[in-house]
Design a binder for this molecule. Structure first.
Ligand code: KG4
Ligand code: ZN
Length: 339
């Protein structure tokens, strides 16, 4: 078969992104227009502001992606777009644009699940990496342990019962005055602190599920207590101790699950997979247990459209085509059993 060139669009949260991907693994361009500076002053993503900014940027980002890739619309074989989960207004901008392009150019339209995209980011830099494997999806909205049985066959082994891990990073960062987005800031500050200085409790959740609201509350309580006692708050120590607590919880469940499933490959996905401590702890454990670890480079961990092109290709190959009735689904599930 000839090569398949996909134009992919991502606008589920605060990045407007477009990418041209060949055969799901070769990225010709990966353009990301981040709204971080815009949302910083509000301490988090403001959905209405995000939607408006996506509208302003989407054409520019698509044009740039095509130009950088050295292709024109006529070279494109299909249009892939994130249609959920995410902020509905933000998703709608990408979905409407993708539908308009697919209709005008008479090309197939492929709706992609955002998390399937994060998982597929792992295929881009290692052309040999393929299912089956266990994937630890850690993002601002998800903490899912996913058994990737095939390119588009998933089973959810465990997930958070409350906050997503990225949400916990962001809330704790805000509470200690680091601002938004918190994950990268905690990552940078933590090595300067003592991770054993404060004992934040790790939630005892049965099976392969997670909970992060307890540790988040414990941090908030600790900060309140310090303030009341007029004791100094050492940001570095709080960041390091919090990070240790959540990373260890994720590591523990991941290896319980991988042993149960008898898999020998582990992948990390989502924004929090950019975390230095998480990567190094996972690598240590994988080395001990002879498990192959795969994770995307930083830029492919956080939201981007190349990952949507990678996942879109897998869907395209398996025959998935969406119609002009494709809609944004803010709580789109990865599998039927994902509730
Ligand atoms: O995957 P992503 O870009 O967007 C969602 O789909 O949610 O993930 C964003 C999340 C944010 O919570 C952000 O703070 C976190 O990923 N994050 C990090 C790091 N980089 C981004 N968390 C910890 N360490 C990092 N280096
Ligand atoms: Zn994401």
């Amino acid at each position: 078969m000839d090569q398949v060139i996909i134009l992919a669009i991502e606008s589920s949260c605060d990045e407007t992104a477009a990418s041209v991907v060949v055969d799901g693994r070769e990225v010709l361009s990966n353009v990301i227009s981040s709204q971080i500076d815009l949302h910083k002053k509000f301490g988090g993503v403001v959905p209405e502001v995000a939607s408006r900014k996506h509208i302003e940027k989407i054409d520019l980002v698509i044009d740039e992606a095509l130009e950088e890739a050295g292709v024109t619309f006529s070279d494109i074989d299909a249009i892939a777009v994130t249609y959920g989960p995410g902020l509905v207004g933000a998703l709608l901008v990408g979905v409407a644009k993708a539908k308009a392009l697919a209709f005008a150019l008479n090309k197939p339209l492929i709706g992609v699940h955002h998390i399937e995209g994060h998982i597929a980011a792992n295929y881009i830099e290692n052309k040999e990496f393929k299912p089956p494997f266990l994937c630890m999806v850690v993002s601002g909205g998800h903490t899912h342990l996913v058994h990737v049985k095939d390119y588009n066959r998933f089973e959810i082994i465990g997930k958070t019962l409350d906050d997503a891990i990225g949400e916990a990073f962001d809330k704790v960062a805000r509470a200690i005055g680091l601002g938004y987005p918190g994950g990268p800031k905690i990552d940078k500050l933590a090595p300067l602190g003592n991770e054993d200085s404060i004992k934040f409790p790790r939630a005892k959740v049965s099976g392969y599920d997670f909970s992060f609201s307890g540790v988040k509350s414990a941090v908030l309580n600790y900060l309140n207590k310090c303030e009341m006692k007029k004791e100094p708050i050492i940001q570095e120590d709080v960041a390091a101790s919090f990070q240790k607590a959540v990373v260890e919880a994720v590591v523990e469940k991941t290896f319980l699950a991988i042993e149960k499933l008898g898999l020998n490959k582990l992948a990390l996905a989502g924004g929090v997979a950019a975390n230095t401590k998480l990567r190094s702890r996972m690598q240590e454990e994988c080395d001990k247990k002879n498990i192959i670890l795969q994770y995307p480079s930083m830029v492919l961990c956080t939201d981007n459209a190349a990952m949507i092109g990678a996942a879109g290709y897998n869907e395209y190959i398996s025959g998935v085509r969406h119609g002009m009735d494709l809609n944004a689904i803010p709580n789109l599930k990865l599998t039927d059993k994902d509730i």
